[in-house]
Design a binder for this molecule. Sequence first.
Ligand SMILES: Cc1cc2nc3c(=O)[nH]c(=O)nc-3n(C[C@H](O)[C@H](O)[C@H](O)COP(=O)(O)OP(=O)(O)OC[C@H]3O[C@@H](n4cnc5c(N)ncnc54)[C@H](O)[C@@H]3O)c2cc1C
Length: 393
Amino acid sequence: MKKTFTRRGFLQTSAVLPATFGLPGSIGEAGAATPEVRTIVPPRLEGAYLGERILCHRPMRRGSPNLSIRQDGSRTIAHNYGHGGSGWTLAPGSANYVVGLAEEALQSGEGSRSEPVVVLGAGVIGLFTAFELVQRGFSDVTVIADRFESLTSHNAGGLLAPVSMDNEPEMQVIIDRIGVDAYRFYARVARGELAEFKGGAVIVPTYFEDRSESGLEPYVGVVMQPAKDVVLDFGNGTQRPMVAYDDGIFIDTAVMMQALTDVLQNRIRFEKKKIGSFDELSANLIFDCTGLGAGALNNDPDMVSVQGHLIMLKDQMPQDLQYMILVYFGEDKTDAGQKVKRSFYQFPKHMPNTGVNDIGVVGGTFIEGATINTPNVKEFDILIAGAKRFYGL
Ligand SMILES: Cc1cc2nc3c(=O)[nH]c(=O)nc-3n(C[C@H](O)[C@H](O)[C@H](O)COP(=O)(O)OP(=O)(O)OC[C@H]3O[C@@H](n4cnc5c(N)ncnc54)[C@H](O)[C@@H]3O)c2cc1C
């Protein structure tokens, strides 16, 4: 029995492909090489294995993130905000790009590397920006933020892929360059070449339904190998055709936040303060890395919160979870009547101070405009139902 399917419709039902799919590299009837079959043991998804439920909000900017320099009298404001669902994917490259723009502006002005610099915001974007400044020899850097703990940046899943963004075509070219730059940084972390960031990134197979949905095609041939067609076999009669990027990168976000803080600890100052206007800051060079806070601070109507739901897994078999998956399910309305794009993703995320077997995170929803006031809690259950459907459980 041979089933035909389209990729999107496919996920609505549990699919069983013929047993002959299991011969790696064998030649099918039509003469094409059949995809490699990879066996994956599904995670445990019953109630006892589900941990913390996390609600957090992506700082998305319609049109593109704001990566630009603004001259305000004698003051230079360098914007680095609005990275949506790809802040981790882009952060090191984005910091390099924006600090580069600021340096160009300084060279044409009076500034020097010994003058005070403020980085506003202590999420992944702010910390990588501060790190970039220190690397380039800026000696008087202060990170100011109203919050340092349990930020979106700590909670994020950790997939390296430029997804869930909204870029205009000319900006996409820059975003691709920034992403490649960031990939190079994380690959060095994953290979153990940067001792300060030990354990912050790992190279793992990363599965999508098709190449275009991965956002990674611009990286192929530059820093990544081409994706392969594979079939995932969950050992329970369910198989799914996917594409595999075997040099995908998982970023352990909470570990990286701690490592960045440790690296910066004795080199810069940290100050806890909420800023209502750039006028409250005396420095002549300010990096605006305020994520969702940038909306109010800059009166930027393009900033929007995109809500996401995550469930941490516990008591799992760590060796069975060394991969990442992202598949999209389609659109619907939440209980609060908000438009939701549902997907299923799973990454080998591990929160510090939890047991070694408390590994894995399941996501994810994308609810544009939803905030803490509309938590859409029912989405957590829908998430797990989608994950079980995917694995045929
Ligand atoms: C569910 C979910 C899953 C995600 N998964 C991934 C993923 O797998 N891969 C990926 O690449 N990205 C992912 N992301 C996206 C990523 O988490 C974000 O793009 C990134 O964390 C944004 O970082 P940030 O530093 O801009 O913002 P934040 O982490 O929110 O930090 C903002 C900082 O600015 C400070 N601030 C704001 N306003 C002010 C003010 N007025 N005064 C003082 N301080 C201020 C805050 O206190 C905070 O310190 C995910 C996001 C969500 C919600």
